[in-house]
Design a protein around this ligand. Structure first.
Ligand code: PGA
Length: 254
């Protein structure tokens, strides 16, 4: 079987409200600093906290990522932060195409431009894809295929190793373990994602990590990991609870 890196990525979204709380939250992660062998832990806090948090945890097992980056390189784009700025701040990863950004109007075309800009700046990209809902005719598969094809349109085979896919069905996000996708279904979707990638990249796509996100909690992490054939998780609300996050990470030890 192809060797794939494994990841647990914490997406803090727009939390917590102060930098002191952010420091405290990350401090509570300290049990994880030794890391779990073979699993990369990436923390994605709000952009304002990133430089300070990264500095405090430099040289530890933690890596840091942003939750978004501009498709533009510079210029008159009020409120935007470029991938080059993130790289300059020594941030390694960047989530792109998260469903909460898509819901605010981000198109596949913009996301494709963002992916290209982030890769050119030297970042590792966590590309989020996932259907809003499931329909009996399985049109959601076409949506997903379009998201993947567009997301990778500016990714050359040489740059493929810097992209991770996070499959996140929108209907399963921000709920509880019972509402998350069943591991067997996750497995089917991982195969689907890989099939589309392999049409473009051939066997190179076998090493692309495909993560699952959407209500990953201590109660379902173990079975999602073992039966879902995934390379890890993108964790939202449970990443704000250090104990829950640690428990999710421990699923990799079994
Ligand atoms: P959740 O969020 O774990 O709270 O469902 C996942 C995400 O939005 O990335």
């Amino acid at each position: 079987m192809a060797h794939r890196e494994r990841f647990v990525i914490g997406n803090w979204k727009m939390n917590p409200s102060t930098s002191a709380q952010a420091q405290k939250l990350l401090h509570a992660y300290r049990g994880l600093l030794r890391g779990t062998r073979g699993v990369k832990i990436v923390v994605c806090p709000p952009i304002l906290y990133l430089p300070d948090l990264r500095r405090s945890y430099k040289g530890t097992a933690l890596s840091f990522g942003a939750q978004d980056a501009s498709a533009e390189v510079g210029g008159a784009h009020t409120g935007e932060i470029s991938a080059l700025m993130l790289k300059d701040a020594k941030i390694s990863y960047c989530i792109l195409g998260h469903s909460e950004r898509r819901a605010k109007g981000e198109s596949d075309e913009i996301i494709s431009k963002k992916v290209g800009a982030a890769l050119r700046a030297g970042l590792q990209v966590i590309l989020c894809v996932g259907e809003r809902e499931r329909d009996r005719e399985a049109l959601y598969l076409a949506t997903l295929e379009h998201q993947i094809t567009a997301g990778f349109s500016d990714v050359s085979p040489e740059l493929l190793r810097r992209v991770l896919v996070a499959y996140e069905p929108v209907w399963a996000i921000g709920k509880t373990a019972e509402d998350a996708m069943a591991p067997e279904e996750v497995h089917e979707m991982v195969i689907f994602v890989r099939k589309i990638l392999s049409q473009k990249y051939g066997t190179r796509a076998l090493t692309t990590p495909v993560l699952y996100g959407g209500s990953v909690e201590p109660a379902n992490a173990q079975r999602l990991l073992t039966r879902g054939e995934i390379s890890g998780f993108l964790v939202g609300h449970a990443s704000l609870d250090p104990q829950a996050f640690e428990y999710i990470l421990s699923a990799f030890k079994q």
